[in-house]
Design a binder for this molecule. Structure first.
Ligand SMILES: [Zn+2]
Ligand SMILES: [Zn+2]
Ligand SMILES: [Zn+2]
Ligand SMILES: [Zn+2]
Length: 162
């Protein structure tokens, strides 16, 4: 028996170190596909053994053995770091409507602010933005280019909802 250290789950973050271990003489069953693991290397995580191909993120299907040495679990899901943070991380409050944004929701980010997708629009004309569109932040208001430039031309800029 070689190199099968016990794994420690860090209770708080629920991140778990994966080990690449060499199998014993007796083949282990894979916790993913239930077949025997005959590969040279297998992964040990959550006190179970896995084919390198079978330990996948429940969300994006990426092979966790390749992504890094850490995986995350919650509610019986095995997740990569990115999906874990997306699903269970704290997003914060929407800078437009100031309601809390559920962590699993898609958000727009501008500087330090986060927005609901629905809230991310020019706050004067309600124009929506696509990825790559230009937008401006002025006094923490989202503005489209037109409204931003119009505002610059007026003296004593005081935006009014049209
Ligand atoms: Zn398998
Ligand atoms: Zn993932
Ligand atoms: Zn919002
Ligand atoms: Zn606008």
């Amino acid at each position: 028996m070689q190199n099968t250290k016990l794994l420690q789950a860090q209770g708080q973050t629920e991140s778990i170190q994966m080990l690449s271990v060499q199998p014993d003489t007796k083949p282990k069953g894979c916790a993913g596909c239930n077949r025997k693991i005959k590969d040279r290397y297998l992964l040990k995580a959550l006190d179970k053994y896995w084919h390198e191909d079978c330990l996948k993120c429940a969300c994006c299907d990426c092979r966790l053995g390749e992504v890094g040495s850490t995986l995350y679990t919650k509610a019986n899901l095995i997740l990569c770091r990115r999906d874990y943070l997306r699903l269970f991380g704290v997003t914060g409050n929407c800078a437009a409507c100031s309601k809390l944004i559920p962590a699993f929701e898609m958000v727009m980010r501008a500087k330090d602010n986060v927005y609901h997708l629905d809230c991310f629009a020019c706050q004067l004309c309600n124009q929506r933005f696509c990825v790559g569109d230009k937008f401006f932040l002025k006094n923490n208001m989202i503005l489209c280019q037109t409204d931003y430039e119009e505002g610059l031309m007026k003296e004593g800029y005081a935006p009014q909802v049209r």
